[in-house]
Design a protein around this ligand. Structure first.
Ligand SMILES: [Zn+2]
Length: 133
């Protein structure tokens, strides 16, 4: 099964336009909600691609349905993003927003790793910190 067929199977039942994938895709927006699962443990709910770690939420403008998908699928299927005021962005602005959000996710994950390393370090037996005279 092609990724287009899988996407149609997943998307059309949740869209108004149930006849064509390209029409149905226009009903969906990426609004800037994303999640880090901290491990590649989910499937993309649009194309069924396995091992997704960073989930990007898309919403249907009419049905309020939501799907959690990989950032690549936003680009691949030409799903438009919206800005903070809810205005639809063009292809270039969408790409910039998705790339920026993805960088933010990676950066946040790196910061969390650093903090837990520091916490672990702070919990090291205090006696080992003394310098013998
Ligand atoms: Zn996908």
């Amino acid at each position: 099964m092609s990724w287009e067929t899988r996407a149609a199977n997943n998307l059309l039942p949740l869209s108004w336009d149930k006849g064509s994938l390209s029409q149905a895709l226009r009903e969906w927006r990426y609004t800037g909600d994303y999640h880090d699962l901290e491990a590649p443990s989910a499937n993309c709910e649009l194309c069924d691609h396995p091992d997704i770690r960073y989930q990007f939420e898309i919403r249907n403008l009419h049905t309020a349905a939501r799907l959690l998908i990989g950032s690549e699928c936003i680009h691949r299927f030409g799903i438009a993003a919206t800005d903070e005021e809810g205005r639809t962005l063009d292809t270039l602005a969408t790409r910039k927003k998705v790339d920026r959000d993805r960088r933010q996710l990676v950066e946040d994950a790196r910061r969390r790793r650093l903090v837990s390393a520091l916490v672990a370090l702070a919990n090291v037996e205090p006696i080992s910190m003394f310098i013998p005279l």
